[in-house]
Write a protein that binds this ligand. Sequence first.
Ligand code: NZQ
Ligand code: ZN
Length: 388
Amino acid sequence: MQNFEFQNPTKLLFGKGQISSLKKEIPAYGKRILLVYGGGSIKKIGLYDKVINELKEIGAFVIELGGVEPNPRLTTVQRGINLIRENQLDFILAVGGGSVIDGAKAIAAGVPYDGDVWDIVTSKVSAPSNSVPIGTVITIAGTGSEMNGNSVITNWETNTKAFFNSNHVLPRFSVLDPELTISVPRDQTVYGSVDIMSHVFEQYFHGSSNAPLQERIGEAILRTVIETAPKLVNDLNNYEYREIMLLNGTLALNGLTAMGVSPDWSTHLIEHAVSAVHDIPHGGGIAIIAPHWMEHVAAVRPEKIAQLGVRVFDLDPTGKTDAQLAAEAIQSLKNFWESIGAPTKLSDYGIDDKEIELMTERSMLADQIGSYVPLSKEDVRNILRNSL
Ligand code: NZQ
Ligand code: ZN
């Protein structure tokens, strides 16, 4: 293992009716609030009214920033920063999915920073320690943004999707009520399930050694998703399945399985580049790219993919090489994702080879990306071509 520091102070308020915790939690941070939400799903499910009632009970002054896009945009973040500065607000309540929460984190970090918030998003400068405090109400299982310090923002003018990570934007608390996720439509439920699995993969396929516990925790999350997702997509109103998936999503990306290892993240960098150019749903892009990434790296390091096959997809290793097991594991993963209705080709989203160069360029944060198997530009171009 590598040396590591770990601190995750986010308080989780999990279960039915936990929305009523807002009036207890928020006053510690102030009563002048920016309420951030997305395109309207929270109004359809009656959550907006519940939140407003909670805020009324504590006599809060509320300014709203609605309409945060899936794949949240820099321009929206800049609007949020201005609203906080103009109205001297002291707390951000983000109600929605990963996009809303990520947008809120970038706003939080941008307020005390004199320069352009894009400097923070692209990690040119660190998020300030006096970032505005955030609380969240998560409405869709997947990103884990409710318990991590990541924020992923798109600059649509330059077709760049960048991310930063900082403990200073970790939510102070997050409400996780599985009932609020029951209205998530089938396609978004599939994308969330894929995203959770891919977060495990990114950390499972690390460039370090001697991390058996972290890997076993990851495998437990994967097995739980594989057991639950097929039942959930055929029974979207099932509370028990929703609660299992919600906790899976949180634990898959809250730092637990990244302890002591250097995660890979190539698949995510490539997907972020695809959605920065074509604005497709994150989990949909991941479902297409991850198996092609695995095929590419299996040629160099099949062993961990073989391990995944045996421990997660219950493959029989008798008499098989790592390369054979890895090939079977990748096929099992493809079959599983196809069985729950995930997309399999970029052309499913109408994407052809025209923008391959731009997407390759945008994937390369450095000359090489990834740590399980470092990828060159040429490798990334091939993975994208195979994904078409
Ligand atoms: O905008 P509204 O109307 O709320 O609708 C959303 C949106 O259309 C809808 N939705 C959310 N909750 C719902 C619901 N619809 C009905 N009922 C509900 N309860 O679902 C759609 C997708 O929402 P979004 O927030 O975009 O989804 P997700 O949570 O998957 O977030 C995706 C974003 O997170 C980033 C992705 O790149 C993408 O920008 N990521 C963030 C990460 C992080 N912070 O750690 C890690 C991830 O790997 C990922 O990169
Ligand atoms: Zn993801």
